[in-house]
Design a protein around this ligand. Structure first.
Ligand code: AHR
Length: 506
C-alpha cells in the first residue's frame, strides 16, 4: 500500500514552540550527580564542575529549556540548603529516589550556571508539597530581583551580583501523587495562592505552570480550569494567577509493577509501546477539548513536562535510580510524541522529556566506570528535529495508512508531520512497521518544493542501541531514497525508521 501525505505548503499553521523540545533534570539516580555534575576535581573535563561533553552534546540539540530540581524531588527540596559555600551546605535524604544522601553540592547557582553554559532557559519547580509560600516567594526574589532586597543581598553575598532570568516556574509537581496526594479542589486553591506570590521582579516575566493531570484524568483538568476567573471575558488579558497546566504521561508495555524491558522485547511489545505512545495524541485532544470550554481564546498553555518511556531498570542497577537503555523503539516513541506536539501547537507550549541523562528515556548515558558519554537513539531524533523549532506547523492529511491492532487500538504505522520557516520546510516521517518498508507519496501543494537533503535513523534490528563500545550503532545517515514524483516526492522508508527531509520552497 502506498500512503499519501497531502501537505499544503502555503497554509502555515500555529508556531511549534522550540520549548516542546525541552528537557528535565531531577536529583534522581545519576541524572544530576554523575550526569551533569561531576564536581571541579573530577578527571572528566568539566567547566566549574559541569561535564563539558554533556554541554557540547546538548548545545548541538539547541536545548531550549531545562526543568529542575524535580519531579517528586522538587516537593522535598528546600532551596536554602543548596546555596552558599558547598562545604557548609546541609545534607538530606533523597527519600523518593534510592534513599541516598543528597549533599546539596548542586544547587541554585550551579543550576543557573548550567543553564547559561547550555544557552537554555531555566524552568524551576517550586516546592508546594513540603514548602511554604514564603519559601517559594523568596526563591523567586533571590533568583530574579535586581536592586536592593534581602534576597538579592543574599544572592550577592553568595557571589552573584546580577539576577538571572527565570521565565518558567512550576507550582509544585504531581500534587495528585508524590507532591502531596491532594484532591483537585484543594490543590487548585493552593495553585492560585502560591502563584500570587511568584512575582514578576522587574522585567523578569514568569510563566507559572500549575500541576495538571496525569494521563487521561480529565476531571483534574476540569477542576483546574474551573478555578480560573472567567477566561472567556477578555480575549487578550493573560490567564492569571497561573498561565499553564502540566500533563504527565509515561509509555510502558506492562504495568507499574512490571513495566517491560528496555532492550529485550517481542514484536508484540514493539507495537504495544508505540500504540501506548500514540495515546499522547488522544490525551492532548481530549484535555484541550476540556480546556477549550473554559478558555476559548486558548490563553492557558498545556506543558507536557514529563513524557517518555519508563522500563524496568537495567539488571544490577539501583531500582531507585531508574537507569534504562534506549533503543530504536524509544526513538520512534519520541517521534510519535513530537508529531503529537506539532499537531497541537496551538495548545502545547512546552514539553520536557524525562529525563536528560541516565534516567528513564535519556538522550545521553554516561558510563560510571570509564566516564564515556553515549548519545542514545532518542538523542538523534531531537537533533534531526531542530528544524521544527519555532517553525510554523503545516497540516498533514494522510490517506491509505497501513495499521495494526495493538493494545486494543488501531495504530497507524506511518506518521508524518511538517513545518515551514524561511522558504524551507522540514518533513518528519516515521515508519512504525517492525518488519516492512513503507512507501509514502508527499503530495505537496501550494508551492514548488525541491528536496535539499534527507537523513535517516534506523538500524539492523529494532532493539539496536548505543553503548560505550558501540556508540554509533544507531546514528543518522544521509538518505538518497527521496525521489521526484508527479505530485511532489516519493519516499521509501525502511522498516523501523525515522526520516527527515528538508525542502526548499519557491
Ligand atoms: O521522572 C520520574 C518521576 O516521575 C518524577 O519525579 C515524577 O514527577 C514522576 O512520577
Amino acid at each position: 500500500m502506498t500512503t499519501t501525505a497531502i501537505i499544503n505548503l502555503d497554509l502555515p499553521g500555529p508556531i511549534i514552540s522550540r520549548h516542546v523540545y525541552g528537557h528535565f533534570a531531577e536529583h534522581l539516580g545519576r541524572c544530576v550527580y554523575g550526569g551533569f555534575w561531576v564536581g571541579e576535581d573530577a578527571k572528566v573535563p568539566n567547566v566549574r564542575g559541569i561535564r563539558a561533553d554533556v554541554v557540547e552534546a546538548l548545545r548541538a540539540l539547541r536545548i531550549p529549556n531545562l526543568r529542575w530540581p524535580g519531579g517528586c524531588f522538587a516537593d522535598t527540596y528546600h532551596w536554602r540548603d543548596g546555596v552558599g559555600p558547598r562545604e557548609h551546605r546541609p545534607r538530606m535524604v533523597n527519600s523518593h529516589w534510592g534513599d541516598v544522601v543528597e549533599d546539596n553540592s548542586f544547587g541554585t547557582h550551579e543550576f543557573l550556571d548550567l543553564c547559561e553554559l547550555l544557552g537554555a532557559q531555566p524552568y524551576v519547580s517550586g516546592n508546594v508539597g513540603s514548602g511554604s509560600v514564603r519559601e517559594m516567594a523568596e526563591w523567586v526574589e533571590y533568583l530574579t530581583r535586581a536592586g536592593d532586597s534581602p534576597m538579592a543581598a543574599l544572592r550577592r553575598a553568595h557571589g552573584r551580583d546580577k539576577p538571572w532570568r527565570v521565565p518558567f516556574w512550576g507550582i509544585g509537581n504531581e500534587a495528585w501523587g508524590c507532591g502531596g496526594n491532594m484532591r483537585a479542589e484543594h490543590y487548585a486553591s493552593l495553585a492560585r495562592h502560591y502563584s500570587t506570590f511568584v512575582r514578576d521582579q522587574g522585567d523578569n516575566k514568569v510563566y507559572r505552570i500549575a500541576v495538571g493531570p496525569s494521563d487521561g484524568d480529565y476531571a483534574w483538568t476540569e477542576t483546574m480550569m474551573r478555578s480560573f476567573d472567567d477566561l472567556a471575558a477578555d480575549p487578550v488579558a493573560p490567564a492569571a494567577p497561573f498561565q499553564a497546566l502540566s500533563l504527565h504521561y509515561y509509555t510502558m508495555t506492562g504495568s507499574w509493577s512490571d513495566k517491560g524491558a528496555a532492550t529485550r522485547f517481542t514484536e508484540d511489545e514493539w507495537y504495544v509501546a508505540l500504540s501506548r505512545a500514540s495515546l499522547m495524541e488522544e490525551y492532548l485532544t481530549r484535555h484541550s477539548t476540556v480546556m477549550d470550554r473554559y478558555d476559548p481564546h486558548r490563553k492557558v498553555g498545556l506543558v507536557v513536562d514529563e513524557w517518555g518511556t519508563w522500563w524496568n531498570v537495567e539488571p544490577g542497577t539501583n531500582p531507585g535510580f531508574l537507569y534504562q537503555q534506549n533503543t530504536l523503539r524509544d526513538a520512534l516513541v519520541a517521534a510519535v510524541h513530537f508529531d503529537a506536539f506539532h499537531r497541537h501547537a496551538d495548545r502545547v507550549v512546552m514539553a520536557n522529556i524525562a529525563q536528560t541523562i541516565n534516567v528513564l528515556q535519556a538522550v545521553l548515558l554516561t558510563d560510571p566506570d570509564s566516564g564515556a558519554l553515549v548519545r542514545t537513539p532518542t538523542y538523534h531524533v531531537f537533533e534531526m528535529s531542530t528544524g521544527h523549532h519555532d517553525a510554523a506547523s503545516l497540516e498533514v492529511h494522510l490517506r491509505d495508512v497501513p495499521t495494526v491492532e495493538s493494545d486494543g487500538r488501531e495504530l497507524g504505522l506511518v506518521s508524518v508531520t511538517a513545518s515551514t520557516k524561511d522558504d524551507g520546510a522540514l518533513v518528519s516521517l516515521a515508519n512504525l512497521d517492525i518488519g516492512s518498508p513503507a512507501e509514502v507519496v508527499l503530495d505537496l501543494r501550494g508551492r514548488t518544493a525541491q528536496c535539499r537533503g534527507a537523513r535517516i535513523l534506523t538500524a539492523p534490528t529494532p532493539a539496536s542501541h548505543n553503548t560505550p563500545h558501540s556508540p554509533s550503532a544507531v546514528a543518522p545517515a544521509g538518505f538518497d531514497g527521496v525521489r521526484e514524483h508527479p505530485r511532489g516526492l516519493l519516499v521509501e522508508l525502511p522498516p523501523h525508521s525515522y526520516l527527515t527531509a528538508e525542502l526548499q520552497l519557491t
